[in-house]
Design a protein around this ligand. Sequence first.
Ligand code: BDR
Ligand code: CA
Length: 309
Amino acid sequence: MARAVIIDCDPGTDDAIALWLALASRELDVQAVTVVGGNVPLTRTLPNALAIVALAGRAEVPVYAGAARPLLGRFTEAARVHGADGLAGVALPPGKAAAPGIAADALRTQLRAATQPLTLIGIGPATNLALALATEPALCEKIEEVVLMSGAWGEGNFTPAAEFNAFSDPEALAIVLAAAPRVTLATLDLTGQVLVTPERIARLRAMGSGNCLSAASAILEAVAPSPRFHGKPLHDPCAVAWLLWPELFTTREALVAVECGTGPGQGRTHIDRFGRCSADSMYRPVRLLETLDIETFFARLGERLAYLR
Ligand code: BDR
Ligand code: CA
């Protein structure tokens, strides 16, 4: 049976590829997409999500608007990586209208109604997930797993201390880590290994001529390289790939504490990979994704995107 998932995202170039990968995969039953302001403001991430879902021929999947700013502090965007439109200048045909209601309510409604446990995939700032889980914590019993692209055990990409999603709403991340029963983290240290190269884009292009595959290739060509990784890391699809192909990863049980508030440490994730700390209200247990079989990942990603029209 397909695993029921909700994807919370801020498209975002790599969010687009992650959404297409999930929508192309029969192992996943994408029940809803919830959208948060992140890489670019919500006024862009929402139409982007709608267009991405429609291009995959899956306009029946409801897309909900969520938080436009973090729980505390100021909104920060990453347009320097994703472009002012969030999709590196690659224009997609507009999608349908957003579903009525707001993301946190939709998440709670779906969890309440779920007859089998739901998996939440969070690939943007964690605001929507935190709002949903903090207001009705009993619903966490309906969660099978929360898979987040967030944080870093090493240096950050947005600041020296922090990865972008964790930096953007550290309080929300702390709430989700405290509430969710089982969290899997795809940190920057994993996703920074997954670099898009011209050869990998050429192989992707050669796998088909569908609209999603072509748009994905164009986005990957156009996205700005990360100075932190001297290349173009493909972050968010790693979170989806974990649910599809766990055998491609090595993992480790670890503890994570998040630096909340402002200042140079904002959004820093302190990750204990070597059993020095104890789980408590500050250090939360997670399954950490450490390595990925990158060549197989890219080959399978291309096969899946080629299924879409
Ligand atoms: C994360 O931040 C965003 O820029 C990407 O979409 C990804 O979710 C990587 O730090
Ligand atoms: Ca993202």
